[in-house]
Design a protein around this ligand. Structure first.
Ligand SMILES: *Cc1c(COP(=O)(O)O)cnc(C)c1O
Length: 463
């Protein structure tokens, strides 16, 4: 087998990791006790760990490796750019060829008049840019009172102070004194958990109209923007009812507020079109992008900004904001090559009309599994909600996430990476997943669900 064998033994690596490496979103004591899993290489859709296990990565890393692992040309482009110009800044009336070329390419791909790119290093800091940009925009329009940004409960917009504040994760707000000022949250279009007796369509309208109610409550002259993911990703792949986005768009059109689509996950093919906004007919004024922009091969994010906002800000003097790595030439070159591959290999079209429909057919059959209350999918992002009582869509008696954690363990045990969010299991596989990969994924997913069901029957959680 073609493996790197010159690394220390797994146990030694685990001990060193526990001693020196602080992990994001992790209970460090629990991790140290269980031992971290060490990924050593990857090719296509398959990871290899330090013990040689071959794991199907149905999460595309962290929603990002859209083109899959192991493209030599990505490495070649990075190496060439590093040799030619590893870094130069974009602050002081300077630019670089990759930063220019990528901005042009992004403007070409983005819908409508989203023609202007402000670079960041990832999605969180791109959303920080958005907070400052929209407030600066309204101030430049002579409306400095328009500062409030409306977001949604259980949204994910990153982990910086502004990103986590925009997000609607209560566990994140509880640490570090969040949200920051002038960010408010309305309900999410999560029919399964919160829709009660309403139909999904009724519930979608109800939740969309919370935006209108919030605008009326605070006054239009206080509000800068509404931000939302086309499909909530980290919130559990919450696919909104069909009525939700048309109503949100109507409300945004009827009021003087900006619409920010956080496309960090949905962008670059995940929903079956280049952007989630195209899948849902959303016309955003600003888009946040990251993840699939480089397929995770190099860190990069950006805000794509419409003509009106960019031009207004352009005429308003210095925008006192930027990152050292805004427009990093290596990341930009890598992102450009990523987009070339995405287009040349017709990956988005493939998700839309070949592998996407095949995965959908299989995934929706999971709804018949005794443990599954709902199985939803759009393009290449999908979720199942686990329940002890399908009809009532009831939660388990154990604390939320206990069964999800058990299921994730069985996925790991069967060489499948699926993530759990609470007691939902979610996937977001590389867009290159082929039919036979889909079959493997589904076999392992069903096996993991079966094992989970057996375990919770044995311990009394499935009455
Ligand atoms: C991952 C994510 C972010 C944050 O991006 P980072 O690159 O981790 O900073 C923001 N928004 C959404 C929708 C995301 O999924």
């Amino acid at each position: 087998m073609n493996m790197i064998t010159n690394h220390p033994p797994t146990a030694e690596l685990q001990a060193l990791d526990a001693a020196h490496h602080m992990h994001p979103f992790t209970d460090a004591d629990a991790l140290a006790k269980n031992g971290v899993r060490i990924i050593t290489r990857a090719k296509g859709v398959t990871l290899t760990d330090s013990d040689g296990a071959q794991i199907l990565d149905a999460m595309a890393g962290l929603w990002c490796v859209n083109i899959g692992y192991g493209w030599d040309s990505m490495a070649d482009v990075a190496a060439r750019q590093m040799k030619e110009l590893p870094f130069y800044n974009t602050f002081f009336q300077t630019s670089t060829v990759p930063a220019i070329a990528l901005a042009q390419k992004i403007a070409e791909l983005a819908p409508g008049d989203l023609n202007h790119v402000f670079y960041a290093s990832g999605g969180s800091d791109a959303n920080d840019t958005n907070v400052r940009l929209v407030r600066h925009y309204w101030a430049a329009k002579g409306k400095p009172t328009k500062k409030v940004i409306i977001s949604r409960q259980n949204a994910y917009h990153g982990s910086t102070m502004a990103g986590a504040s925009l997000g609607g994760m209560t566990a994140m707000h509880a640490q570090g004194g969040l949200p920051i000022a002038d960010i408010v949250h309305i309900g999410q279009p999560n029919w399964y958990d919160e829709g009660g007796e309403l139909s999904p369509e009724e519930f979608g309208l109800l939740r969309a109209r919370e935006l209108e109610a919030k605008i009326e409550e605070l006054g239009e002259d206080a509000i800068a923007a509404f931000i939302a993911e086309p499909i909530q990703g980290a919130g559990g792949v919450i696919i909104p009812p069909s009525t939700y986005w048309p109503e949100i768009q109507r409300i945004c059109d009827a009021h003087e507020i900006l619409l920010i689509a956080d496309e960090v996950i949905c962008g670059f093919g995940r929903t079956g079109q280049m952007f989630g906004s195209q899948t849902y007919d959303i016309r955003p004024d600003i888009m946040t992008i990251a993840k699939g922009l480089s397929s995770g091969y190099a860190p990069i994010g950006a805000s794509i900004v419409c003509d009106e906002v960019a031009n207004t800000v352009a005429h308003a003097g210095d925008f006192n904001h930027g990152y050292t790595y805004s427009g990093h030439p290596v990341s930009c070159a890598v992102a450009l090559e990523n987009l070339r591959i995405l287009e040349d290999e017709k990956m988005v079209e493939n998700v839309a009309s070949v592998t996407g429909p095949y995965l959908k057919e299989k995934w929706e059959q999971l709804a018949d599994h005794p443990l599954v209350g709902e199985a939803k999918i759009q393009g290449f992002m999908a979720s199942v909600a686990m329940t002890p009582d399908k009809a009532a869509r009831a939660p388990f008696a154990a604390p939320k996430g206990s069964v999800g954690l058990i299921a994730r363990g069985h996925c790991f045990g069967n060489n499948l990476i699926m993530r759990h969010v609470g007691d939902r299991m979610i996937i977001s596989p590389p867009l290159i997943l082929n039919r036979s990969d889909v079959d493997t994924l589904m076999d392992r997913a069903v096996k993991a669900l079966d094992l989970t069901l057996a375990e919770i029957k044995a311990n009394g959680l499935y009455a």
